[in-house]
Structure formats: C-alpha cells, structure tokens
Design a protein around this ligand. Structure first.
Ligand SMILES: [Zn+2]
Length: 193
C-alpha cells in the first residue's frame, strides 16, 4: 500500500525518515494510542516489507517474538537518546545480535532492474538493526526526538539545520499545537519546521 493511499492515522507512523524508527512505530506502547500492527506472521511480513521497500518477506512463527524484541530495544534506545539518557547495555546487545545475521541480498534482472526476491524475516530484521546502528552511531544519533505535541510522542529524526524541530509533522502536530495555543490565548509558538 502506498502511503498516499494509507489512512493518515497509519501513514503518520512511517514518516520518521528512518527504517528503524518506522519499525519502532509498528508497536502498541504506553507512549502513543496507536494499536499494535505486528501480531502474527502475515502482519510481520506485510509491515517489514513495507518499511524496507522490498517485494516479499517470509516469516516463521518465532520471528514475531523476535521482531517485538528488536523493536522494543530500538524504541528504548531512541527514547534514551531523545531524553539525553545513556543507552542500556541489554538493548545495545539485542540490536548487535540482530545485526549479526546476513542482511537481504539484492539481485538484478537482465534488463538492469532490481529483481523482486523473497527475503527472510531474519534478514529483514538484520537490515532494521543495521539501520539502527547506523542512526545511533552517526551524525544524527543525537538528533532523535519525541514529538512535543500532546497525545503524540511519535519519534522523528531532526535533520533541520538549527536542530530545533519539535513536531513529528508540522502539517499535523505543529498546526494542532499552534491552534490549541492560539485558542488558549497564550504566546504564539514560533517554530518554523
Ligand atoms: Zn507528533
């Protein structure tokens, strides 16, 4: 499903700009009201393929629990970074363990296009874990934020020049916040992103 045709309440979970954070957003958590998306093999296959942009993922029953484990660790590390806390060693170890598996192998056709190949969930989760390592250790590793809007708490990576972005989406959370601020007659919010 393309995100332009997706329900907005669903599409907003896949706009962090990073596969690992989009994957963290598939869960039901105490932080946001969105429901669980990954609850069986089929839903894991569907959402992992969507997030990685691959044609087909093949999951086994035990991959669902594994996906939840990896996802939980990514979420905890992302929130630790957003809140300026140190990273928990258990979560770091979990991500390193998933990343150690072989990632998806790309193939090309004789026409010079990307071939549609089937990828195991283990390889897909490795790609997610490798993206998490790349994010946490890279230049944006300290730019992970939690949306400042009420009732949101979705994650995003602030790649703005000044590093002052506050909302996961200006169109949604930024404007809603400005509207609420305006209604409550407080000082206007001036963030530009
Ligand atoms: Zn938000």
């Amino acid at each position: 499903m393309s995100e332009s045709r997706m329900d907005p309440s669903l599409a907003k979970r896949f706009r962090t700009g990073r596969a690992c954070l989009n994957f963290a957003h598939t869960g039901e958590t105490p932080y946001w009201v969105e429901p669980e998306l990954v609850y069986d093999q089929a839903s894991l296959e569907r959402w992992l393929a969507h997030i990685l942009g691959v044609a087909d993922i093949q999951a086994r029953p035990r991959d669902v629990g594994a996906a939840h484990r990896l996802r939980g660790s990514i979420l905890q590390l992302a929130r630790a970074r957003a809140e300026g806390r140190s990273l928990a060693e258990d979560d770091v170890r979990t991500i390193n363990t998933f990343a150690a598996a072989a990632p998806p192998v790309p193939e090309m056709t004789a026409a010079g296009a990307i071939a549609s190949v089937s990828t195991s969930a283990t390889a897909g989760l490795s790609a997610i874990a490798r993206d998490a390592i790349d994010l946490f250790t890279g230049p944006l590793g300290h730019r992970i934020r939690v949306c400042a809007a009420e009732d949101c708490e979705l994650l995003f990576v602030d790649s703005s020049q000044p590093g002052t972005r506050r909302w996961c989406s200006m169109q949604r959370c930024g404007n809603l916040t400005k509207l609420r601020t305006h209604r409550s007659a407080k000082a206007p919010v001036r963030d530009a992103v």
